[in-house]
Design a protein around this ligand. Structure first.
Ligand code: SF4
Length: 214
């Protein structure tokens, strides 16, 4: 399992402290056809974008970064991870087999509703601890934590997740850079990013383009 599989990714970042408990590794996949209005990550939609990575190369790289930064979990977002369910299954199977996820939880964000996610990616769901499911609906305020909009659901699949996700966290946004672009990790409320843009403009910093304005 893993040989020959490829995953299209948008980026990898660590430490991520805004998408799940503790300090985490973030893996954003590339490609999403769901098309939620108001999606903040339209740069992850195009399947032809991003970088195609062989799973057998990604596994040791992710394992190294988890150890190097002493991270407590892995968050997989996108893009739509379940649109690459076979490769993601291969990746997580290999990571679990080599012990890279020992004592670490895996949180998956999917834009599919829970019932559909179970039909599309049952093997992925067997390999993760917690899932946030459902499309982003800008008109339905989220929970101030991991649900970006009120229609989304959090499903805790393991005892590890039930322990770690028991206490609601404060919503945070991290801003950094990747390949010359300003990148963000976290779940902004509707309008936050436009307010951020205005704030930066007042300080004389103009963005060339922004992923939430496609
Ligand atoms: S919010 Fe997620 S599921 Fe919805 S369009 Fe954006 S990347 Fe796709």
């Amino acid at each position: 399992m893993g040989v020959g599989h490829r995953l299209k990714i948008n980026r990898i970042a660590a430490p991520v402290t805004s998408l799940g408990p503790g300090r985490r590794l973030g893996l954003w996949v590339q490609g999403c056809t769901i098309g939620c209005a108001g999606c903040a990550s339209t740069d992850t939609w195009e399947a032809a974008g991003g970088v195609v990575r062989p799973v057998e190369q990604l596994v040791p790289e992710l394992a190294d970064r988890l150890d190097q930064h002493e991270l407590s979990g892995l968050t997989i977002s996108g893009g739509e991870p379940l649109q690459q369910a076979t490769s993601l299954t291969a990746l997580l199977t290999r990571m679990r087999r080599i012990g890279a996820l020992e004592s670490r939880d895996v949180l998956l964000f999917t834009g599919y509703a829970w019932s559909r996610a179970q039909r599309i990616g049952p093997r992925v769901l067997d390999l993760v601890d917690a899932v946030v499911s459902g499309p982003y609906v800008a008109s339905r305020p989220g929970d101030g934590n991991l649900l970006a909009s009120g229609n989304q659901e959090m499903t805790l699949l393991t005892d590890l997740a039930r322990t770690r996700f028991a206490r609601p966290d404060t919503r945070r946004i991290q801003v950094g850079q990747s390949s010359g672009n300003l990148v963000m990790a976290g779940l902004p409320d509707a309008g936050d990013l436009d307010r951020f843009r205005l704030l930066m403009a007042k300080r004389g910093i103009e963005f060339g383009s922004a992923s939430w304005e496609a």
